[in-house]
Design a protein around this ligand. Structure first.
Ligand code: NAD
Length: 303
């Protein structure tokens, strides 16, 4: 039976540590850490994600300084809002919730965020810092995967890692982080031929293809560690009747892969909670740096 890479449990432990760091620094800083989650429009999934992030902030003592703008807000007004948050001394982290409504280009708006307040680690400067191994806020989802692997004691040095997906949000920074941990990394994408042959070579397989249940037993070497980043809401089968509810699944066919794997992350409860945790870590670390506070209790979470 595979070890469960339990993101919910680890996220709860990280939150406790963050609470302690925030409580210890509050007097010296003179204010709590502040995170601004900026939501534009009414994407329903984003509504749930933003609410989860706001709840997590309040649990550990981060002030929520976010804003919700109408879907029709012109790009110049969204940019002006970001600039106000950049200049606001109470704000340590800014997150622009994606996707944006059609017609708003994310590139220039992400670029407008002060790189030192970039709680999502997606600014070009911060992706460059990751590439060069310089400190800076890291992309939350791949950083969360690294924390899950580290907590489970998964050895990466000298091992073969395969990342399925090459997005800027997940796949690319994931590959860089695994490489920085001395794994030998291959990246698969939608044009990869014979995906299963490549993924079967992996000691550590991270799947972020955004394709429900893409990866099954035929893709996994027995004894591999499998991390499922994908998250999808599946409608119930018509045969399940009118009361049936939708359910969540990942990019991995869990029931097929779990018996083969040495360790596996579930969906939900794997990578998702870790993404939120790393957002909180980025915010608290930025607050510590701004106020000259000791962030070393969180050093093991910084990549
Ligand atoms: P994306 O659509 O931007 O990128 C998907 C990548 O997968 C692309 O590089 C594409 O080339 C590759 N791909 C697609 N089909 C493939 C195939 N058949 N074989 C090999 N590669 C293939 O998606 P993303 O933003 O990187 O997100 C990926 C998944 O992770 C989505 O399901 C998303 O919802 C989920 N996600 C979860 C979290 C979380 O916190 N749990 C955070 C971010 C993204």
């Amino acid at each position: 039976m595979a070890t469960l890479l339990d993101g919910r449990r680890l996220a709860a432990r990280i939150e406790q540590r963050l609470q302690t760091v925030v409580a210890a620094g509050l007097e010296a800083a003179g204010r709590p850490p502040g995170l601004a989650v900026l939501r534009v429009g009414e994407d329903p999934a984003s509504g749930v994600y933003v609410a989860n992030k706001e709840k997590a902030c309040s649990r550990i003592g981060i002030r929520n300084l976010g804003a919700h703008l109408a879907a029709t807000t012109p790009a110049a007004d969204v940019q002006a809002c970001i600039e106000r948050l950049n200049a606001d001394p109470a704000v340590d982290g800014i997150l622009l919730q994606l996707p944006l409504p059609t017609g708003l280009a994310e590139g220039p708006l992400l670029a407008a965020i002060d790189p030192d307040k970039d709680a999502d680690g997606l600014h070009t400067l911060n992706l460059g810092r990751l590439l060069k191994g310089e400190p800076g806020p890291r992309s939350c989802t791949p950083a969360g995967v690294m924390a899950l692997l580290a907590d489970a004691g998964v050895e990466l040095a000298g091992r073969r890692a395969v990342v399925v997906g090459r997005s800027i949000l997940v796949g690319q920074p994931m590959a860089l982080m695994l490489q920085a941990a001395n794994a030998t990394v291959s990246v698969a994408h939608s044009r990869t031929t014979d995906l299963a042959a490549l993924t079967r070579s992996a000691d550590v397989l991270v799947v972020a293809a955004g394709r429900p249940r893409l990866v099954g037993a035929e893709h996994v070497k027995p004894g591999a560690v499998v991390v499922d980043v994908g998250i999808h809401r599946l409608d119930p089968d018509p045969g399940e009747g009118p009361g049936a509810r939708s359910r969540l699944c990942g990019d991995v066919r869990y029931e097929e892969v779990e018996p083969l794997a040495a360790a596996i992350s579930p969906v939900p409860g794997g990578v998702g909670p870790m993404t939120v945790s790393m957002l909180l870590v980025n915010t608290v670390v930025a607050w510590c740096r701004r106020h000259g506070l000791d962030a070393t209790p969180l050093a093991d979470l910084l990549i």
